[in-house]
Design a protein around this ligand. Structure first.
Ligand code: ASP
Length: 478
């Protein structure tokens, strides 16, 4: 007999059916045993004669056959989808027994030690809240895909084993066995690939991209996160902002209609104004911060191009080096510094002299006080790009060597382009009112990047190290 799902049972009243799943609860009622069976459709009440069900324990996996019957009036449970029906079991097979679970799964789970939940994540995910979160995640991603494909975007996968791209964090490195002594880096983002896809003429790219950043332990960060990575050619900043606004307001209207977006169009606030008015570059613009259904999106624009890295005593990029500085605009406003020289060259000279004064064509998408994405228009002029690296303290020749592939690609006809990369984890955490991003990820790691379920990172064998020509020198004190 073909298996049906518990929530399909209503269609089979008075017929014989087969259902499979986990024992949710067992209750004895006189001589009869009531078993709640759980599958991906929901929960269904089974009525079992004691002889075939007397040993059943919670979380055993079973398969039963029997007749679907309407429950007697007064015994119906309007709280569950199958509440009008029960299954009179005639045959029961135990497919797998189960030990007692290390924690309860019929609660929200917030009360349980999180390390324990992460160690047994496959059990934690049996919890209804987490199962629903995963399904919401899939719905949001599916919506993004369909929306962008309708707008003419092409989804492209980019490599995971690649070369370091500067995004401001530390790289995860993977040693190469075939090229001893050389390493791949896991991408901090597909930044260079998505730009090279513009040189390739794709014009509208997106990807649900995994990004890897080896950051120091932080409570609500993960070593890998997922972002909706977007890049477009022949656009200006406002084109990217309005596409993002259209996408995000459609997601909310279609999937979370109970939420209220405070203002559409999303306010555009300059970095300077945000810092002055809210002392933050990710202001929380909600009028009523206690209302869980209020969403205040905004764009923060015109960030400074450079930031001073005190530890290294040098300038770095506020976003990343490929962001286009507002160098022409800067030349205009600072023309009094070097009168008669509004040409690009003199603007570049001014930028090198006064990096602190230069703004960038850069923007962040902010939601309820969280930065949920960032992007920029890119520099396609190689003189400007070289100058940006010079501000960081690199020598011209060194830059050309390090980014030779990029420089070469840009010499073959590069369209003006720009993009954005909103994070998916944070958006979900906010709209699902979850306290942190781990609650919306299937298999998150701890704040210090350990995977407690898989036991990663872990040591490897001597043979593996030898093949990679790697010797471990133990850190002092170990
Ligand atoms: N690559 C950037 C990031 O991951 C986003 C972008 O500039 O498109 O933050």
């Amino acid at each position: 007999m073909k298996r049906i799902l518990t929530n399909e049972i209503i269609k089979y009243l008075d017929q014989k059916v087969k259902v499979c799943g986990w024992v949710n609860t067992v209750r004895a009622h006189g001589k009869i045993l009531f078993v709640d069976l759980r599958d991906r459709g929901g929960v269904l009440q089974l009525v079992c004669p004691p002889d075939i069900a007397k040993d059943l324990r919670p979380e055993w996996v079973i398969c039963v056959e029997g007749k679907a019957k309407e429950r007697p009036k007064g015994m119906q449970n309007p709280k569950i989808e199958t509440g009008k029906v029960e299954l009179a079991v005639e045959d029961l097979k135990v497919l797998a027994k189960a030990k007692t679970l290390p924690f309860a799964i019929d609660t929200s789970g917030y009360e349980i030690n999180e390390e324990k939940r992460l160690k047994y994540r496959y059990l934690d995910l049996r919890r209804e809240r987490l199962r629903k979160n995963l399904i919401w995640r899939q719905k949001v991603i599916q919506f993004m895909r369909e929306f962008l494909i309708n707008e003419g975007f092409v989804e492209v996968e980019t490599p995971i084993l690649t070369k370091s791209t500067p995004e401001g964090a530390r790289d995860f490195l993977v040693p190469s066995r075939l090229q001893p002594g050389k390493f791949y880096a896991l991408p901090q983002s597909p930044q260079q690939f998505k730009q090279l896809l513009q040189v390739a003429g794709l014009e509208k790219y997106f990807q649900i991209a995994r990004c890897f950043r080896d950051e120091d332990p932080r409570a609500d960060r993960q070593a890998e996160h997922t972002q909706l990575d977007i890049e477009m050619s022949f656009v200006e900043q406002e084109d990217i902002l309005s596409l993002t606004e259209k996408l995000y307001s459609s997601i909310i209207k279609n999937l979370f209609p109970e939420k209220r977006i405070q203002k559409i169009p999303f306010p555009r606030i300059s970095y300077k104004e945000a810092m002055k008015k809210y002392q933050s570059d990710k202001p929380d613009l909600r009028k009523n911060k206690n209302n869980p259904d209020e969403l205040a999106f905004c764009f923060v624009v015109d960030f400074p191009m450079f930031e001073w890295h005190e530890n290294e005593k040098r300038w770095g990029a506020q976003h990343h080096p490929f962001t286009k500085p507002q160098v022409e605009e800067f030349a205009e406003t600072s023309s009094h510094l070097s009168p008669h020289s509004t040409s690009l060259n003199s603007a570049i000279k001014e930028m090198k002299k006064h990096p602190e004064k230069v703004l960038a064509h850069q923007y962040d998408l902010v939601l309820n006080g969280y930065e949920i994405g960032g992007g920029s228009i890119r520099t396609t002029n190689l003189d400007i790009l070289t100058a940006v690296f010079e501000v960081f303290g690199h020598k011209k020749e060194e830059v050309k060597k390090k980014f030779s592939n990029y420089f070469e690609a840009f010499s073959y006809g590069v369209p003006p382009h720009g993009g954005i990369a909103p994070g998916i984890d944070r958006l979900l955490a906010v709209v699902l009112n979850e306290p942190n991003i781990r609650e919306v990820m299937a298999f998150p790691k701890t704040g210090d990047n350990r995977d407690l379920m898989m036991g990663a990172p872990s040591e490897v064998t001597e043979e593996q190290l030898k093949e990679l020509h790697i010797k471990i020198t133990k850190p002092k004190g170990q």
